[in-house]
Design a protein around this ligand. Sequence first.
Ligand code: ZN
Length: 112
Amino acid sequence: MEEGTLKKLISNIKCSSCRQRYESQNVEVLGCSDQMWFIQALCSSCHTQSLVVAMVQKTRHPEPVTDLTRTEQGKFVITGAVNSDDLLKMHNYLKTFDGDFMCLFESNKTQL
Ligand SMILES: [Zn+2]
């Protein structure tokens, strides 16, 4: 986690003495270890200093939910994202498409 993000998060915490929210410029990161951040916060209202220990866990990227096989996923990684040319081709194809989906799926010859 970046220091700026942490300061913003701490600025949403209220002072335990007067319930005033901390201001990000009054939040100072004292240090951090692997998952723990030590933060000093000064209340701008009652001038109480507080020490905050925040535990930050790194999240793993979740596995994508998909019906695609590994081979199919590899195919789409190679082909890249849909771009404006792809959309234009689809648009031109749909302009002349007569709505006969059975023909489309049976023939397997139609190329976009
Ligand atoms: Zn206060």
